[in-house]
Design a protein around this ligand. Structure first.
Ligand SMILES: [Zn+2]
Length: 338
């Protein structure tokens, strides 16, 4: 159970927006470890080594899995110490007068991507990326065995502007007992698009981007990377599977290898074009709910990378319509030239 005083983490349903909010008071207690300085909650900076470094494994909760080479770990997954959700909580939904809530059941894990404190994703070699995607694949497969989970969210917050509180390179995995509204709507749309056209929506978007050409950064036999025609963020990028793959759980070794190649090529360009700009990366897999062989027909595995160059403001919050100052054609050209 996740407590702060006697407040347990919980989902509360907003009947106005028809969406859940996750209240996770424990997250407020997170210290900040940026550049190896521990900034304790509410201010004070303490010089202390980071808990994700090699040799400091006792500062993280019990390890879930690791990949080792030559007797040393290269990549580890641990439960999130400041978890927003807990797997030990029983999933229970309750009525609270007119209000509705659901307790904070779910999984919240951290992928410590490298033992090296100073290595960032743009410094990774092929082997680092192969370990990264392989360990995430293992978690996607294992969490899927728990039938209480409907949805898995995998994301990386790189840099303080993207929400990272620790500079040591890491990603997070959250598994939820229901689909967020946005995901539910997206799945319904993808299914109905498939039933009308007998093709996956994202396959058709990729086909259009290939025809248009100007937004494509690179492609290999299995993946394509481009700046979407109607991008929300400046320099936004999407990596999409060209084969019928809907989830990392379906990837063979050679699929992972092709994904590593294109990811490595992209982050080299990213670093040259933008430098150490903060970004969010989301690894989108088909939800667990209603997953079957048929999922591969309408859902396509993809990765979104959203640089945090400008902050969202009032108009965006009010209208949910984004203002983007950079055309994807220009962004793609800048990436390609680097
Ligand atoms: Zn570190």
């Amino acid at each position: 159970m996740v407590y702060l005083g006697d407040i347990v983490s919980e989902f509360r349903y907003c009947k106005l927006r028809r969406e859940w909010t996750l209240f996770a008071p424990e997250r407020l207690k997170r210290p900040k470890y940026l550049n190896n300085k521990k900034e304790a909650y509410l201010g004070e900076i303490i010089h202390e080594k980071c808990p994700f470094d090699m040799g400091r494994e006792e500062f993280t909760p019990n390890e879930i899995t690791r990949i080792s080479q030559d007797g040393k770990w290269k990549c580890r997954v641990v439960p999130n110490l400041y978890n927003a959700l807990s797997i030990e909580t029983q999933p229970v939904s309750k009525r609270d007068g007119y209000f509705e809530k659901f307790n904070g059941f779910g999984a919240h894990e951290v992928v410590i991507e490298t033992p090296n404190h100073d290595k960032q994703i743009w410094d990774y070699d092929y082997n680092d990326l192969a370990n990264y995607f392989t360990i995430i694949q293992e978690r996607v497969v294992n969490l899927k065995r728990d039938s209480r989970f409907a949805f898995i969210s995998i994301f990386k917050n790189q840099g303080e502007e993207a929400g990272a509180s620790i500079s040591h390179s890491h990603s997070q995995i959250m598994a939820l007992p229901f689909l967020p509204k946005k995901i539910k709507e997206e799945i319904e749309y993808k299914k109905s698009y498939y039933s009308e056209h007998k093709r996956a929506l994202l396959d058709d978007l990729v086909y259009e981007e290939q025809g248009y050409g100007k937004n494509i950064i690179s492609q290999n036999s299995e993946f394509i990377i481009y700046c979407p025609y109607a991008s929300i963020f400046p320099f936004e990028v999407k990596i999409v599977a060209k084969k019928k793959l809907s989830s990392l759980s379906e990837f063979s070794k050679s699929d992972i290898s092709a994904l590593c190649d294109i990811t490595k090529e992209f982050f080299n360009k990213y670093y040259k074009a933008l430098g150490e700009v903060a970004f969010n990366m989301i690894i989108n897999n088909a939800p667990y709910e209603e997953y079957s062989e048929k999922t591969k027909e309408y859902y396509r595995f993809n990765i979104e990378i959203e640089p945090r160059i400008y902050k969202i403001a009032g108009f965006e919050i009010n209208s949910l319509m984004n203002v983007n100052v950079m055309l994807p054609e220009t962004a793609a050209k800048i990436y390609k030239d680097n």
